[in-house]
Design a protein around this ligand. Structure first.
Ligand SMILES: Cc1ncc(COP(=O)(O)O)c(C=O)c1O
Length: 401
């Protein structure tokens, strides 16, 4: 189907939950995707921080082809090797000792919220059910996780919302201390608020949270749905802040494009989940776990993670250079290959200008351009991105004068 026809049919049959760009993608290779007319685009969105190995990575394709022939799905009533091997690999490379698998970021956070509440209620008492999250956070779209999300626009029209959520300001301990109380079960935070405009948490703030949580028997949850799986230059972002959570959630990059989420916890906290307490039909199915095992192997054993660090620094330097010469650029923020460029104008025009130049980028919080390319992006592709951005921003700047 050609792009225009596809767009018409989408209008006819899909609920209008997304504002889509005028592009339909039919295939991809590496960091490049192709539309239905065969035109190529440099993909610096990567399925919004999902396609960490790019498109069509040979190891992922071969491994999935093999697994499809072996076994696509079975039930969690039985054991499967990929699920156990993946849990073992995640445990070996993180603070955690136990893993629960699901299918998305929202579900991983839903599991984290349930686990934290159940643990706190069992360990401390029935009143301990509140979760504190941050203003401008993003944790998902299920009823509990959208309530956890500290953005009024996401809550609108869905009341009554689940009770037991309060919001503090990121990097502001006193705002948190004001709402902390005897009912606080957990504090949930993204090391970088990615949907919230690529805002990096202060290491000191996270350390203070850790101390406070330990002293008051409160659980610390890191939502690493977007920052995990090498996105920030280390396998998990928390490694760079010198702070370990009690629970961590993953999704997005975990399966390199195959849907999978995970909720990781310490042994002690994981005891709150016993048989029949929480479940997911598809959670940790053999196909998804095979994908995640391959992603981990390529990142860690093939050295892609180490290479992505160098490329993240290169991109950050290039963006800082743009800031030094283009007044529209207010700030550059981020870690590794999660970078944001705050503009003084709405970013969506720039996204469309870049699309015309066949480069895909994304905008969040109206004014922040977000760059989350595949971790395998080549330096020459980063140069291509920077050249197009520079042209587009300079033209926008001139048109503002
Ligand atoms: C930090 C964070 N948590 C949770 C989610 C929700 O993930 P999903 O869309 O897979 O449910 C997202 C999605 O953008 C996210 O960035």
């Amino acid at each position: 189907m050609l792009t225009e026809e596809l767009q018409r049919q989408a209008d006819n049959f899909l609920m209008k939950t997304y504002t889509r760009l005028p592009l339909s993608i039919s295939r991809g290779r590496g960091c490049v995707v192709y539309d239905h007319e065969g035109r190529d685009y440099l993909d610096c969105v990567g399925g919004i921080a999902v396609n960490v190995l790019g498109h069509g990575h040979p190891d992922l394709v071969a491994g999935l082809e093999h697994q499809v022939r072996q076994l696509i799905h079975t039930s969690n009533l039985y054991y499967t090797e990929p699920q156990v091997l993946l849990a073992q690999a995640l445990v070996e490379h993180s603070f955690a000792q136990k893993v629960f698998f699901c299918n998305s970021g929202a579900e991983a956070n839903e599991a984290a919220i349930k686990l934290a509440r159940r643990y706190a209620i069992q360990q401390v008492g029935a009143d301990r059910h509140e979760i504190i999250t941050m203003v401008n956070s993003f944790h998902g779209r299920t009823l509990a996780t959208m309530t956890a999300t500290g953005q009024a626009k996401i809550h609108e029209g869905f009341g009554p919302l689940p009770v037991g959520f309060r919001y503090a300001k990121l990097n502001d301990l006193s705002s948190l201390e004001q709402i902390l109380n005897e009912q606080t079960a957990a504090i949930m935070v993204e090391p970088i608020q990615a949907e919230g405009g690529v805002v990096v948490a202060d290491a000191d703030f996270l350390k203070q949270l850790r101390t406070l949580c330990t002293e008051r028997q409160i659980l610390l949850i890191f939502d690493e749905v977007q920052t995990g799986m090498g996105r920030t230059g280390t396998l998990f972002a928390y490694e760079q802040f010198g702070v370990q959570p009690d629970i961590m959630t993953l999704a997005k990059g975990l399966g390199g494009g195959i849907p999978i989420g995970a909720c990781l916890a310490t042994d002690e906290v994981a005891t709150a989940f016993g048989p029949g307490v929480h479940a997911s039909t598809f959670g940790g199915n053999p196909l998804a776990c095979t994908a995640a095992l391959i992603v981990l192997r390529v990142l860690l054993e093939n050295g892609e993670l180490a290479r992505s660090r160098v490329k993240g620094d290169y991109l950050a330097k290039g963006l800082a250079e743009l800031q030094s010469r283009i007044a529209l650029v207010q700030q550059v923020r981020g870690l590794g290959l999660l970078q944001g460029l705050e503009l003084s104008i709405p970013g969506q025009h720039v996204v469309l200008d870049c699309l015309t130049r066949r480069v895909l980028i994304n905008c969040t919080m109206d004014h922040v351009l977000r760059f989350v390319p595949p971790l395998i992006i080549a330096q020459s592709e980063i140069d291509q991105l920077l050249t197009v951005l520079s042209d587009v921003l300079r033209k926008r700047q001139l048109s503002q004068m």
